[in-house]
Design a protein around this ligand. Sequence first.
Ligand code: ADP
Ligand code: MG
Length: 254
Amino acid sequence: MSASIRLRNVHKRYGKLHVLRGIDLDVEAGQTVSIIGPSGSGKSTLLRLLMTLDEPDEGSIEIDGESMWTVQRNGADKPADAAHLSRVRGRIGMVFQHFNLFPHMTALENVMEAPRHVLKLGRDEARERARDYLEMVGLGEKLDAHPGHLSGGQKQRVGIARALAMRPDIMLFDEVTSALDPELVGGILQIMRDLAAQRTMTMLIVTHQMSFAERSSDRTLFFDQGNIVEDAPSEQLFRAPAHERTQQFLQAVI
Ligand code: ADP
Ligand code: MG
């Protein structure tokens, strides 16, 4: 089951650096949204807040209407309690640019790890689930390979299978093709395209792959300096960007 996302006035600062400057965002359950924009504009920070890898300084984040964080400017409201937070957080999966696999574990063991120890599945059930997802991403032949013996594209497939094995309602992808050799990019994009088409998860995808964003996501957000400068149906944003800053960015990258 997919889940909706709602952010209101979300701010994040690192010291004097004001990285997110009042983000408002609504994503419907099952939608796929691409996020584009210059380096340092706050794209990863936004995903990290959703993944609870970091906390907002101000604002609110809700998943399916359930509050994840509510932080007032005066700090009076505390973030949601830890048990609640971990339950909401359990609905969200994330795939990173650098695969962050456990090097001493096989592909199968990497994917089994969280279902075993977070979901407390039995060994056989976790193994079966891990095998299913590795087969789904085309790695049925590499179950027992260690990351050191896999290509970048194969490692990223393990990363995707590992996130999917937790059966999340929301998937966050942060530049998952940026570290790959060009010939390996297409296969990973195809997996994301297939997942988006199923509409069983809500997906937020930070990407530099403009044609993927245009063709495979419902909406695209253009981020600049901690703001969502433009938020439009993907075709519209790429073909007829409304903001000058978006036009400049697209001209520079395409
Ligand atoms: P993007 O993903 O759009 O390239 P990020 O969200 O990673 O941008 O970073 C936005 C800004 O915040 C950058 O200037 C970055 O250096 C800074 N930043 C990100 N994380 C931290 C952190 N943990 N501590 C200090 N500064 C950070
Ligand atoms: Mg980033």
